[in-house]
Design a protein around this ligand. Structure first.
Ligand code: IPM
Ligand code: MG
Length: 367
């Protein structure tokens, strides 16, 4: 089977971190015989600058065909004043929606070498390994009606939280399946005390559990209390499943527990395609960081680890994914630090390119 990969570097630091991922992809082709048929295209502000839209229909069609899409980041101050419909973020949201990538996997893992970097005490985060499963194609991000309307003399901003049973059920299944491969625990978060959609969320997650996954330990938490518990004692969690908006917030919070947003990958998965592989898009959790773009300061690790997730979830190469993750762990243990990781332990400063090269060297050394 060929491995097709569409690379969308995007804006800001996207292109420079993606250049480091390209080195890693080439390494797997040359040294492990895992060849990728790679194509590259524009998304976000860079697509808007060239085509007047953050995602062309041609790019959208291409994304539907490939085994996996790897995206850098989108957005930047240059595009802040654009009409909502052509903002860089709309390109990303269109990919998620039209590919129907309903399960967004956001691991928050604390690397030993970085346990001192968290704003929380070391013993709270050391060894942390949790997985947030965020619903990604529905909820308030996409619900109708939406808009800004006029009511009498004033404007009213409207968004709608809406979930169908089947939308909740399928992301709940993703969470339970993942839990079985990990710590066998799922905590579901919503606001069932305030929102009807939260009541339905809680009911459906419980029903799927009782009918299909009774062996997995399930708990429920209000999302605000969940945020508090995540900072109090995050190691109580294994898999957290939650809706689109709460998942957006909670995953940023969880990311920071690990010390740097520059470390965290994500996978957005949909239903299986004809070849059995899930529709999939991989991207770092961090944004386009326009303030440091083009200066060699960005940390490429989140994007490189996103490629590791692609190896695991799209290309059936779990061992090779682990090999890449081990190489990342090695360079961190060796003290190599991009600017975002320069903290209490000093370490050896490296550029974006230096980090990419070091990871490739670590892959070589471990062969
Ligand atoms: C994320 C981002 C996106 C979101 C933006 C860029 C649209 O914050 O992936 O978490 O809100 O989903
Ligand atoms: Mg976010």
């Amino acid at each position: 089977m060929t491995n097709t990969l569409l690379i969308l570097p995007g804006d800001g630091i996207g292109p420079e971190v993606m250049a480091e991922v390209r080195k890693v992809i080439d390494w797997f082709g040359a040294k492990r015989g895992i060849a990728f048929d790679v194509s590259e295209d524009l998304v976000g502000g860079s697509a808007y600058d060239t085509h007047g839209t953050p995602l062309t229909d041609a790019t959208m069609a291409k994304a539907q065909e490939v085994d996996a899409v790897l995206l850098g980041a989108v957005g930047g101050p240059k595009y802040d004043k654009l009409d909502f419909s052509v903002k860089p973020e709309r390109g990303l949201l269109r990919l998620r929606k039209e590919m129907d990538l309903y399960a967004n996997l956001r691991p928050a893992q604390c690397f030993d070498a970085l346990a001192d970097f968290s704003s929380l005490k070391k013993d709270v985060v050391a060894g942390l390994d949790i997985m947030i499963v965020r619903e990604l194609t529905s909820g308030i991000y996409f619900g109708e009606p939406r808009g800004i309307i006029k009511e009498g003399n004033e404007r009213v901003g409207i968004n709608t939280q809406r979930y169908t049973e089947s939308e909740i059920a399928r992301v709940a299944r993703s969470a339970f399946e993942l839990a079985k491969l990990r710590g066998n625990k799922v905590c579901s978060m919503e606001k069932a005390n305030v929102m009807e959609s939260g009541v339905l969320w809680r009911d459906v997650v419980q029903e799927i559990h009782d009918a299909e996954y009774p062996e997995v330990e399930l708990s429920h938490m209000y999302a605000d209390a969940g945020a508090m518990q995540l900072t109090r004692w995050p190691k109580q969690f294994d898999v957290i499943v939650t809706d689109n908006l709460f998942g957006d917030l909670l995953s940023d919070l969880a990311a920071m527990l690990t010390g740097s947003l520059g470390m965290l990958p994500s996978a957005s998965l949909g239903a299986p395609m004809a070849n059995g592989r899930p529709k999939a898009l991989y991207e770092p959790v961090h944004g386009s960081a326009p303030d440091i773009a083009g200066q060699g300061k960005a940390n490429p690790i989140a994007c490189i680890l996103s490629f590791a997730m692609a190896l695991r979830y799209s290309f059936g190469q779990g061992d090779e994914a682990a090999r890449l993750e081990a190489a990342v762990e090695k360079v961190l243990a060796d003290g190599l630090r991009t600017a975002d990781l320069m903290g209490p332990d000093g370490g050896t400063p490296v550029s974006t390119q230096g980090m990419g090269d070091a990871i490739v060297a670590a892959l070589d050394a471990a062969l």
